[in-house]
Design a protein around this ligand. Structure first.
Ligand code: CP3
Length: 380
């Protein structure tokens, strides 16, 4: 916050040559002057993402920085507007660090939003109080106006937020960067905001396939650019939130969810071979196996309705699982929370697993329930 600005870490770049090509190894020195690489090896969440069954499992929660925390509401009020909060590095870094400081989470997730990407492409976005995001309703003629040229400059504050978070983060915790799945971002652009049935988007995908493919290509390229910028700035893991992946037919799921995820993962791995990718194709049920096989991600996020045992069968032993406590059980607390938590821990014991929710935390959640959850996981 104001007056508590964190200093910049020193970043040294080393050019490495490997059979896969050239890439830069970034050695990040924290303010203490101590090099990070040997500590990185031990971060619990990174060990799981390399295929190790770490017990008890590392834990973080989707939307862990948010309105359920009084300290978040205070910074949010100071920033005024939600987009201003995302784009002010000091404030965004502060709210990113709050849940890690309060609960000792195993990971911080960059404070931003999946809709900052279309905003950075020059597409209109505002967050109306109590109404959620509002955007223009995209028609095919708008696609040519999306400007990849302005992306890096528009996202410069995000890179700065990441550098500030890395400098202030508990060295045992990892920093997760993220983007929306291109299909989910397209949903918000075509619908002009949230939607019950996503019919305009699904109709465009079926009735105007060439235009919809072009939109997906632009968003896929922009997503690769955004995640590359995040990894260069210090994100140690990246996650793709494809919240509406489950509204598509299997053929269109393959084309607009699994294939873009594969393109994004391949582009990132070519540049950062050790960067783990988590995919979250929400509500995709039995298509989780197809997603894991095509996308090449290191871990798959399970939504609330997924049976962990079934997800384990579908994705196979190569892929770690993340999830999937019902956020309503976390809101309820007490015996219901304890029973649901025990069930998930038991189901995935001995398998690479990152404990998380099945969707974002509700703003009404008492922070004490989050502390109870972490205590139960760590005592297991
Ligand atoms: O998880 C985290 O703590 C990191 C930050 C983060 C936010 N949004 C902050 C946010 C992440 C990873 C997201 C992802 C996101 N954003 C998704 C995918 C996950 C999902 O929930 O399905 C989607 C679909 C969005 C789009 C979005 N952003 C909506 C629909 C809304 C309005 C609904 C709401 O909860 O207010 C937002 C706003 C938003 N994004 C808030 C936060 C903390 C609330 C803003 C506020 O403080 O008023």
């Amino acid at each position: 916050m104001k007056g508590r600005r964190v200093g910049y870490p020193k970043i040294h770049r080393v050019l490495l040559t490997t059979p896969e090509g050239f890439f830069f190894l970034s050695l990040v020195y924290a303010k203490s002057g101590q090099a990070e690489p040997e500590r990185v090896v031990g971060k619990r969440i990174l060990r799981v993402l390399r295929g190790e069954a770490v017990w008890p499992p590392p834990v973080w929660l989707m939307r862990q920085a948010g309105r359920y925390l009084a300290e978040y509401r205070a910074v949010r009020a100071q920033a005024g507007d939600f987009i201003a909060l995302c784009m002010t590095p000091d404030l965004a870094a502060e709210v990113t660090l709050q849940p890690v400081r309060r609960f000792g989470m195993d990971a911080a997730i960059l404070f931003s939003d999946i809709l900052i990407l279309p905003w950075a492409l020059g597409y209109g976005l505002r967050f109306a109080e109590g109404e959620g995001p509002v955007l223009p309703k995209l028609v095919p003629g708008d696609i040519a106006g999306l400007s990849l040229a302005r992306l890096a400059a528009a996202l410069a504050p995000v890179a700065e937020t990441i550098r500030l978070v890395r400098a202030g983060l508990d060295p045992a915790a990892a920093l997760i960067g993220f983007a929306g799945g291109p299909f989910t971002v397209a949903c918000y652009m075509v619908e002009g905001g949230g939607s019950k049935d996503h019919l305009r988007t699904r109709l465009m995908a079926h009735a105007e396939p060439a235009a919809f493919d072009r939109l997906m290509d632009v968003l896929t390229e922009a997503t690769i650019a955004s995640l590359t910028l995040q990894a260069e700035a210090g994100a140690e893991v990246v996650m793709l939130f494809d919240s509406w992946a489950g509204v598509l037919s299997p053929a269109l799921f393959r084309r607009h969810v699994a294939k873009p995820a594969a393109e994004i993962t391949a582009a990132l791995k070519a540049r950062f071979p050790a960067l783990p990718v988590i995919g979250f194709p929400r509500l995709s049920g039995g298509l989780l196996g197809l997603y894991a096989a095509i996308s090449g991600v290191d871990a798959v996020g399970m939504d609330t309705a997924t049976e962990p045992e079934r997800a384990a069968e579908l994705v196979g032993p190569r892929v770690a699982l993340q999830g999937n406590l019902d956020p309503a059980a976390l809101l309820a607390g007490g015996a219901a929370l304890a029973a649901e938590t025990a069930r998930i821990l038991d189901a995935l014991r001995g398998r690479p697993h990152i404990f998380n929710l099945g969707h974002g935390i509700f703003p009404e959640t008492p922070p004490a329930h989050v502390a109870d959850l972490l205590a139960q996981i760590r005592a297991s």
